[in-house]
Design a protein around this ligand. Structure first.
Ligand code: GLN
Length: 545
């Protein structure tokens, strides 16, 4: 694909949002990408974020949700996770562009003297930089289609330069190669549940004022939209009625692309952009949605973390668990446990007695640390299937050092300045690092697995790579002690310097990784660690029944 009559004409789809935030623009963008992937097109997704942070790495997950890490080590918005999972593609640092990143390069260029003599302005300098980001990503990924989502809601002051840049893209690449998709809310109000189109009309007026006429409207609604409502929206917003796409709230987010397909959105986009039409292949997606909707089994997994009150803070972990259920034909019920609550004197049993598996989530700082350690001790002693992720591995090592190796006072240097036994300490290359932005050990790193271990059995390979985001590691001075007492170091960096995975073979399923496997899990390719945890949890569930 991609060579249309000998000339490569790259297409651009821009997704904006109206009326309210959090209406699922990310899922809409990701689902649109899936429709094109089902037709064999190469798609490069992109997120344009109006905030002034250069990347999401310095943001609090409470406010902003999870920080998603790409293969090449960019710390990005969680929407990139949706894109990767739905489209089954790898994003890169170029897939994320923030106001901060744009201004940083414009100001650096100004200081270098690139604009010497000129007055540096939003138009054209900032908008040019945004367009350069869009064009470069398409080129770098040799994409047939670039799909870019613009963060925020139309009408926000912050997003204006991005909207102006995408308006200019029509001139840049030709109007026939650009499609504007606007996601809006169609609410029902009043005692009779009347469907209201006015917010959508106003949001389209807003968009028009800045020179963008939407080609497609995706209408988020809790109730089916009757034809006359679609016709009204079509008339007032000047889009053909077949381009008013109803997007009902559905059981699983992975069903959204199938609804769009049924509504004819795939064919519409293909024809509007002049792409070669082809039959979408839907078998894989249909079958995974079928399993998600009608599974034969179920199990309950507890996730202990410090930001569990924000449902988006561990988005990829939640999704990876759901994916892990697919090969096991199982529905996953997730119990989110705030790590602090395990520190209030109540025994872990109160929280964990009726779950079939435990995940201890990544994190930073000391809050909730002892709660995590207590939960891990419970899982280790009771034979509860356990997966530790990043900080989860570090806490599993501390718990084992304290309670099995009898190294009382073991801790991480992140938590305590000079612990009696610093079993987790700063990575040597982190010493002297002062800046907080983009300075961790980030992105994909290779790992060697020891043959015959649980890790090897799950991955089916001894050479793997996983994405990382950490500053601390297992202190090698304690490796022998841990091994002596029954912990197996099943994965190390290829130079043997860094502990990547640990496990306890005497336990039914106890494994932890310094990496973030959740970022690589896809519904059509569930991650082996999550699929393995679910398999063990189902066995546990059956044993307890
Ligand atoms: N805070 C720990 C570190 O920096 C773990 C990080 C994480 O869980 N992502 O090493």
């Amino acid at each position: 694909m991609g060579n249309f009559g000998g000339t490569r004409l790259r297409k651009y789809i821009f997704v904006t949002g109206g009326v309210v935030s959090s209406i699922g623009k990310g899922i809409a963008t990701a689902s649109l990408g899936r429709l094109l992937r089902n037709r064999g097109y190469t798609v490069a997704p992109m997120k344009l974020d109006p905030y002034i942070n250069v990347d999401a790495g310095t943001m609090n997950p409470y406010q902003h949700g999870e920080v998603f890490v790409t293969e090449d080590g960019a710390e990005t918005d969680l929407d990139l996770g949706h894109y990767e999972r739905f489209m089954d593609v790898n994003c890169t640092s170029g897939s994320s562009l923030t106001t901060g990143k744009v201004y940083l390069s414009v100001i650096q260029a100004e200081r270098r003297g690139d604009y010497l003599g000129g007055t540096v302005q939003v138009i054209p300098h900032v908008t040019n930089e945004i367009k350069r980001g869009l064009l470069d990503l398409g080129k770098e990924q040799e994409a047939d289609v670039v799909i870019a989502e613009i963060g925020g809601t139309v009408g926000d002051i912050e997003s204006l330069p991005f909207l102006e840049a995408i308006r200019q893209m029509r001139k840049e690449v030709g109007p026939e190669n650009v499609l504007y998709v606007h996601v809006t809310l169609v609410p029902t109000v009043g005692p009779w549940g009347e469907i209201k189109t006015k917010p959508t009309q106003h949001s389209v007026i807003n968009l028009r004022e800045i020179g963008i006429s939407p080609d497609v409207l995706i209408c988020r609604t809790d109730q089916p939209m009757p034809d006359d409502v679609k016709e009204k929206i079509s008339l007032f917003c000047d889009v053909p009625v077949n381009a008013v796409v109803e997007s009902l709230t559905v059981d699983t987010i992975y069903e959204v692309p199938l609804w769009y397909e049924k509504a004819g959105l795939g064919d519409l986009v293909v024809s509007r952009l002049g792409l070669e039409p082809s039959n979408p292949s839907l078998e894989e997606w249909n079958s995974l949605v079928e399993t998600l909707k009608n599974p034969k089994q179920s199990c309950r997994i507890a996730v202990v973390g410090k930001y569990t009150s924000n449902g988006d803070a561990y988005k990829s972990i939640g999704e990876a668990l759901i994916h892990g259920g697919i090969p096991n034909d199982a529905r996953i019920e997730i119990t989110w446990i705030e790590s602090d609550s395990l520190e209030l004197g109540r025994p872990p049993k109160e929280f964990l007695a009726d779950v079939d598996g435990l995940v201890v989530a990544p994190g930073f700082g000391e809050r909730g640390i002892e709660g995590k350690i207590r939960a891990i001790q419970y899982a280790r002693e009771k034979g509860l299937p356990f997966l530790g992720i990043c900080l989860g591995l570090q806490m599993a090592v501390i718990e084992f050092a304290r309670n099995v190796c009898h190294l009382e006072g073991s801790n991480s240097e992140e938590i305590e300045k000079q612990p009696a036994y610093p079993v987790i300490h700063l990575l040597p290359e982190q010493k002297g690092v002062k800046d907080k932005g983009a300075t961790m050990r980030l992105g994909s790193w290779p790992c060697r697995l020891n043959a015959g271990t649980l890790a090897h059995q799950l991955y089916g390979d001894t050479r793997i790579s996983e994405r990382h985001r950490h500053r601390y590691e297992v202190n090698n001075d304690f490796r022998d002690k841990l091994i002596e007492h029954g912990m197996v170091i099943s994965g190390v960096s290829p130079d043997y310097r860094l502990v990547e995975m640990v496990e306890i073979p005497s336990h039914p399923f106890f494994i932890a990784t310094q990496a973030h496997p959740e970022f690589k899990s896809r519904p059509n390719r569930p991650h082996p660690l999550f699929a393995g945890l679910i398999e063990a949890a189902i066995k546990q569930h059956a044993a307890l029944a």
